[in-house]
Design a protein around this ligand. Sequence first.
Ligand SMILES: Nc1ncnc2c1ncn2[C@@H]1O[C@H](COP(=O)(O)OP(=O)(O)OP(=O)(O)O)[C@@H](O)[C@H]1O
Ligand SMILES: [Mg+2]
Length: 203
Amino acid sequence: MKIAGLWSPKGGVGKTTLALNMAGSLIFNDSTLNVYIYDADPQGSTISLMELSSFPFKCIAGIPNKQNIPADADYIIVDYPPKFEAMPKPRRLVVSFQPSLIDTLAVSQGVDALNINEGERDITLVPYRVKKKGVLTRQAIDFVKEYGQEKIPVVLDREVYKQSFSEGKTVFQAKQFEGNSTWAAREEIRNINNIVFNLKEKE
Ligand SMILES: Nc1ncnc2c1ncn2[C@@H]1O[C@H](COP(=O)(O)OP(=O)(O)OP(=O)(O)O)[C@@H](O)[C@H]1O
Ligand SMILES: [Mg+2]
């Protein structure tokens, strides 16, 4: 069983969108997998979305622990609230951020706090809602490089991430939106999973 968390010191940086699509991607690649999302955010976005949707995975309110993790779980993805008081436990973490100095300053503080509070972490920084090209995109990528992260999985600003949820699906299950931007969105999410869960390497 592999567990990863999505956390950020800033709100509205795609944590919930990424958590749901990461789960959708794992199941799209292997439909026998049991994937659970834990929603540690009192806002409970994944729970309310799940009630309106046909996701091929379950979203559970709360934080996973030894007592509440289903025995059949292959993957657990935890959507944390954007608060320093709610520091995440998992070693594998995705920290997404918008390409702006305000966000990168907050992320620097956040990453320091993560490492001080919990020791060794596998943090994957993800520039989110970036444009394909531009100064801010380059700055965001340079910011990640300063942390020594070799692979940088960016997520572009794409309507399809929102459109698919309006149909109750992730970009992997939303056939009606299949087109260039859906293929590209799927590739963005697969890149994140490959890095976070080491899918292409033996552990
Ligand atoms: N790649 C994207 N391109 C365009 N819009 C996006 C993308 N990802 C997410 N969004 C939109 O951005 C907003 C914030 O996304 P989301 O709710 O996933 O962030 P969050 O970090 O979970 O927010 P919160 O901190 O409130 O929990 C939502 O309106 C979502 O639909
Ligand atoms: Mg959220």
